[in-house]
Design a protein around this ligand. Structure first.
Ligand code: PA5
Length: 442
């Protein structure tokens, strides 16, 4: 089971101060469990692990199997919550060089998470001589970035295979009834999965949104869900045995003590995208009403050589949450060298991970000494079950934390502003007044 340790924040906020958030934490938890808080129509994720029917997991696994058998490449198209969860889990579980290995295993690539012309062009070129399939994911079914990528890749697949065959290699994950993607999927006869109304994008990784791409990449989604169920059970009580409760109360105590930026730190490159997923989860959930901890992330020890100086010695408005992975999958020891010109013989025979762990411990001590409170989250290994625990832990922590902060953690009104300007600038029908107004400003 993953664990949370807050001892290295106590120089900044005392146990009593953290405890003073227990009442607000208990109220927040009650709102989540009883659906009495703001955004209560988006609480489908709370009991999702334990209520997901086995038949849905089976259906997802069967579709994944068919894609794996028929495709060399599967492109998952989506953005934000329709992208980051799958990307995070696949990266965390994959061989670091999976994309380059000619091992016959289907590769999962991503599109629609940007509007990079060269990215999409190069993807098209790469797919020219490949057997590929598409998973198109959009809850609203109207988001511009994935819609563009889907239009381009659908056309390519149809010209490679013909319309009828192409439609067998396209899976759509979207709203049950609404949106352009639902309509298209019905008309073209695509296999579809539903994103339930009561699950928001950034809380959707444990639905088909995340589970299908993860299963296509060859990972055990049952184990992922089992881990999430374990954490669902462990995060019910309003006390510090509930790791999500402890995390949420502690980070709010730190925020109100002037620590406005939280840096999620990993010492394993496979967790880079986990940091990206976490940033979206917390950023979009809490950054509103002119409030909210700014979520940042670093990959150590890489970033100790770039951001390390700032974290050690810059403005003291930050705290860190370190994800420490206890066990590695493989063993690699540092060889001895007779000449010892690099002076490394003092660590010869040690595992690379022992050195990494000392870098982690040494950095944590240095940062605490430098006035950066540290929360420590330990995860036994990068395996499906523990990642399931970690995902649900952060989701629950986010819900509790957002309610303690007194915002609606489940909406994202600020995301609409750029869209309105973009549509006005692109002269989208229906945006005539906005177009006129924005042109004056150019
Ligand atoms: O968390 C969210 O709600 C957003 O990040 C969405 O996931 C993102 O905007 C993509 O939306 P959609 O799935 O409707 O295309």
């Amino acid at each position: 089971m993953i664990k949370v340790n807050v001892k290295d924040v106590l120089a900044t906020v005392s146990t009593e101060t953290i405890k003073s958030y227990d009442k607000a934490g208990a109220e927040a938890l009650d709102k989540l469990h009883n659906g009495t808080g703001a955004g209560n129509d988006f609480l489908g994720w709370v009991n999702l692990p334990s209520t997901t029917p086995a038949s849905l997991i089976e259906d997802i696994e069967n579709v994944a199997k068919s894609l794996r058998e028929n495709c060399e490449v599967v492109v998952a198209i989506g953005i934000g919550g329709s992208y980051l969860g799958a990307k995070a889990v696949i990266e965390a579980l994959s061989d670091s060089f999976a994309a380059y290995r000619q091992d016959g295993a289907p590769k999962v690539l991503f599109a629609g998470q940007n509007i990079g012309e060269d990215y999409l062009y190069e993807l098209q070129e790469f797919l020219k001589d490949k057997k590929f399939g598409i998973i198109v994911i959009s809850k609203s079914g109207t988001t511009t970035e994935p819609a563009i990528a889907f239009r381009v890749l659908k056309e390519q697949l149809e010209s490679q295979l013909g319309k009828a065959e192409a439609s067998k290699r396209i899976i759509a994950i979207t709203d049950a009834k609404r949106g352009a993607l639902r309509q298209l999927a019905t008309e073209e006869g695509y296999k579809t999965f539903v994103i339930e109304d009561n699950v928001g994008g950034r809380f959707s990784v444990l639905t088909p949104v995340g589970l299908l791409p993860i299963a296509v990449a060859g990972f055990d989604i049952k184990a992922l869900m089992e881990g999430a169920i374990e954490m669902e059970k462990a995060t019910v009580a309003a006390d510090d045995n509930n790791p999500a409760f402890l995390y949420a109360t502690t980070r709010n105590a730190l925020y109100n003590a002037g620590k406005k930026i939280e840096i999620l730190v990993n010492y394993n490159p496979k967790l880079h995208y986990f940091g990206e997923w976490w940033k979206q989860l917390y950023g979009e959930s809490e950054g509103k009403d002119k409030k909210g901890i700014f979520p940042a992330a670093v990959d150590n020890s890489t970033d100790l050589h770039s951001m390390g100086q700032w974290i050690q010695d810059g403005e003291r408005t930050i705290f860190e949450t370190v994800i420490s992975v206890e066990n590695q999958k493989y063993t690699l020891t540092i060889p001895s060298d007779e000449a010892n010109l690099d002076g490394l013989n003092y660590i010869a025979g040690k595992r690379v991970d022992q050195v990494n762990k000392m870098a982690e411990l040494g950095t944590r001590i240095a940062h605490v000494d430098g006035g950066v409170p540290n929360l420590l989250i330990t995860i036994p290994a990068l395996e499906e079950r523990y990642l399931g625990q970690l995902i649900y832990f952060f989701e629950k922590g986010c819900g509790i934390s957002g309610y303690i902060l007194d915002v609606n953690p489940f909406n994202q009104p600020g995301v609409e502003d750029y869209k309105r300007n973009m549509f006005a600038l692109l002269e989208k029908p229906g945006y005539e007044k906005e177009t006129e107004a924005i042109k004056v400003r150019l």
